[in-house]
Ligand binder design. Structure first.
Ligand SMILES: Nc1ncnc2c1ncn2[C@@H]1O[C@H](COP(=O)(O)OP(=O)(O)OP(=O)(O)O)[C@@H](O)[C@H]1O
Ligand SMILES: [Mg+2]
Length: 281
C-alpha cells in the first residue's frame, strides 16, 4: 500500500501539478480543494502527509494547521505548508501553530520531493520513539506572546504525568530561555520569530527554543553565574556595563533533567522526565 498524501489547494491546476509530483515520488495523492474538505478527509482517510496551500477560500492554511496540530488524533500527521512568500514562515502575528515544513513557491520537483521525504522521516522517527504528540509554536519576539505560549504549554503538560511542581518549573524555564532568545538572540526585534517546540514522549517531555540570532558560546560566558562561584560575575557585569543578572541559564539548567545548546548557541533543548532521569549514556 503506497503512502497517501492529502493535497489541499483550491486552484485546480496547481492541485493537479502537486498530485502529479506526489505520484511521481511513489505516493498516492488525495485531492481536495478547500479547508473544510481537508479537515473532513483527514479524519476519514488519515493521510501520511498533508500538503497544505496557505490561501484557501474558506478556512486558511494557518487555521487548518492549527486545528490539526491541536487535535491529539491528527497531531502527528506531518503538515507541509505551501506558500507564495517567505513571509508566511518568517513573520508571526503573535502566536501561531507552526507546520512541520514550508515549501515556498515557485519550487522545483526536487524541493517538493525533499519536503515529502523529510515529513515522512519526521513521522517515522516519532513513531519509533513512541511520541504521543508534538507541537510547534511560531512566536513573535515579545514577552507577552512568550507568556501566552508558556500558559498554553502548562495546559498541555497537565495531560502528562508531570506534577504541578514540575509544570511550574518548566514554565519558569521557558520564560528564562525564551526571554534570552528575545533579549540576546533577537535583540528585542519583534519582527523576528521564535520557534518553540514541545514534544511528549512516553517517559519525558522535551522543549526546544530556537531563535534566529547569531547564537553564543555557552561554554564561555564569564558574565553569567556558575555553580562554583555564583556571584563573581556580578562585578564583571558592572565593569562591562551590562544590566544586573546572569542567573537565567544556571537557574533553568537546575529546573530540568537535561539541558543543552546546539553548536551555534541559538537553540536550547530541555528535557524533563516524569520519573527519575536515566543515567547519562
Ligand atoms: N539566545 C541567546 N543568544 C545570544 N546570547 C545569549 C542567548 N542566551 C543567552 N545568551 C548569553 O548568555 C548570557 C547569560 O544568560 P543568562 O540567562 O544566564 O543571564 P542574563 O540573561 O544575562 O541575565 P538574567 O537571565 O539573570 O536576567 C547572556 O547575558 C547572553 O550574553
Ligand atoms: Mg537570561
Amino acid at each position: 500500500m503506497p503512502r497517501t498524501v492529502l493535497v489541499v489547494d483550491d486552484e485546480r491546476d496547481a492541485n493537479d501539478i502537486l498530485a502529479h509530483l506526489v505520484r511521481a515520488r511513489g505516493f498516492e495523492p488525495i485531492q481536495v480543494h478547500s479547508g473544510q474538505e481537508a479537515l473532513t478527509e483527514v479524519s476519514r482517510r488519515r493521510p501520511d502527509v498533508i500538503l497544505l496551500d496557505l490561501s484557501l477560500p474558506d478556512i486558511n492554511g494557518f487555521e487548518v494547521c492549527d486545528r490539526l496540530k491541536r487535535n491529539r488524533e491528527t497531531n502527528l500527521i506531518p503538515v507541509v505548508m505551501v506558500t507564495a512568500h517567505h513571509d508566511a514562515k518568517e513573520r508571526a502575528a503573535g502566536v501561531r501553530v507552526g507546520a512541520n515544513g514550508y515549501l515556498i513557491k515557485p519550487f522545483t520537483p526536487e524541493q517538493l520531493h525533499a519536503a515529502l521525504d523529510e515529513a515522512i522521516a519526521w513521522h517515522d522517527e516519532h513513531q519509533g520513539r513512541g511520541t504521543t504528540g508534538e507541537i510547534n509554536f511560531d512566536v513573535r519576539s515579545e514577552l507577552t506572546y512568550l507568556a501566552q505560549v508558556s500558559d498554553m504549554l502548562a495546559d498541555l503538560f497537565a495531560h502528562t504525568p508531570l506534577t504541578e511542581r514540575h509544570i511550574k518549573d518548566l514554565k519558569q524555564a521557558i520564560m528564562e530561555m525564551g526571554g534570552n532568545a528575545i533579549e540576546w538572540g533577537h535583540r528585542k526585534n519583534a519582527e523576528l520569530v521564535l520557534r518553540i517546540t514541545y514534544r511528549i514522549d512516553p517517559n519525558a517531555v522535551t522543549l526546544i527554543i530556537q531563535d534566529q540570532g547569531p547564537g553564543f558560546d555557552p561554554g564561555n560566558i564569564p558574565h553569567a553565574a556558575s555553580e562554583e562561584d555564583p556571584i563573581r560575575h556580578l562585578e564583571l557585569r558592572n565593569e562591562l556595563g551590562i544590566r544586573e543578572g546572569g542567573f537565567g541559564i544556571m537557574l533553568a539548567r537546575g529546573l530540568v533533567d537535561k539541558f543543552w545548546h546546539n553548536e551555534r548557541g541559538n537553540q536550547v533543548t530541555m528535557v524533563k522526565y516524569y520519573g527519575e532521569a536515566p543515567a547519562e549514556s
